[in-house]
Ligand binder design. Structure first.
Ligand SMILES: [Zn+2]
Length: 77
């Protein structure tokens, strides 16, 4: 079982704001939802053994690039 937290990106389908979150596997079913801070559209709904925490955003281009680079490095290990 892989317990490594994974950084993932989501884009709001309505206003194109980009968010970053940490995906974690859980021992039990987790239900949740994240709403865009800009336009209140649901960006992500989940129900399963993966949950999402540490929402960051909306990310502007500079922060997005920095976060993406960190993500890429994180995924390589
Ligand atoms: Zn939005």
């Amino acid at each position: 079982m892989d317990q490594t937290p994974l950084r993932v990106f989501f884009r709001c389908l309505s206003c194109e704001a980009v968010y970053c979150a940490t995906q974690k596997r859980r021992p039990s079913i987790d239900v949740g939802r994240f709403v865009c801070r800009r336009c209140k559209t649901t960006v992500l709904q989940w129900r399963g053994k993966y949950s999402f925490t540490n929402w960051m955003g909306p990310l502007d281009d500079t922060r997005l690039l920095a976060a993406a680079l960190r993500c890429t490095r994180g995924l390589e290990h």
